[in-house]
Design a protein. Structure first.
Length: 243
């Protein structure tokens, strides 16, 4: 009887490792396929890029900018500077005094959870980001002499720059191919929808790379970060997938 039990245990153990191995192979194949087809990143790599998501990512603020005002932060000390601006949509960028600059801008919610971070650099990063601030967000900057926050008007466009945009306010809902006029560049595009898993796409522009196809829905947020060599992404309308 003991021998039968040992044989049964051995069979179960072999089956467990076999199924685990198949699951891992399947997961790995799914990751490769998702990336090859549409530059989409899934699994653990996606979780690392997305990190903890601020609840304010899903907020839709008043875009009238009635309280928003132009703000200059600087001269920035070596330890960095921070401010809590009034509610509004802002373009946040470094001051231009003619000298090479490189620094960071980070936006946190009142719980200290990071909403967005960007490298500010005229050559290797971006000059500014555009983002909604709800009146409790903290903007932190270091590495640059001066940071300027300028209220940004809301306009529907098929071109989105670095920052966070809202579908229905900054771009129409629909099916798009994401393209750029440049021959090379890189960055990340994340799509957030409350109650759904965020989607992450690597923007790796090369003449040999295919366009990225996405469906944008009303109320979703599109976060564009990590841009290098790119000013903006163009979204070319495509027919509905059901057509």
């Amino acid at each position: 009887m003991d021998e039968v039990k040992r044989m049964y245990f051995l069979i179960v153990l072999i089956c467990f490792f076999a199924l685990t191995g198949c699951s891992q192979d399947s997961s790995g194949s799914e990751k490769v396929l998702s990336y090859q087809e549409n530059n989409e990143i899934i699994g653990e790599e996606r979780e690392e890029i997305v990190g903890e998501v601020s609840d304010t990512m899903y907020e839709s603020i008043d875009r009238s900018n009635t309280e928003a005002e132009e703000i200059v932060i600087g001269p920035v000390s070596g330890d960095g500077e921070e401010i809590i601006p009034p509610e509004g949509r802002y373009s946040i960028g470094m001051g231009f005094d003619g000298s090479p600059q490189s620094g960071r801008v980070l936006v946190y919610d009142e719980e200290g959870i990071l909403l967005i971070e960007a490298l500010l650099d005229g050559s290797y990063g971006v000059g500014s980001i555009t983002v909604d601030l709800n009146g409790s967000h903290t903007v932190y900057v270091d590495g640059v002499d001066e940071l300027i926050l300028i209220p940004e008007e809301t306009n529907i466009s098929n071109e989105l720059t670095a920052g966070i945009s809202e579908v229905g306010k900054d771009i129409e809902p629909g099916n798009y191919s994401v393209v750029t006029d440049l021959d090379s560049g890189m960055g990340y595009m994340e799509i957030f929808e409350e109650g759904e898993q965020p989607k992450v796409f690597e923007i790796l522009i090369d003449p040999l790379e295919p366009d990225i196809d996405v469906e944008l829905k009303e109320g979703q947020k599109v976060k564009i970060t990590g841009l290098y060599g790119l000013y903006a992404l163009q979204f070319e309308p495509q027919p509905s997938r059901s057509e």
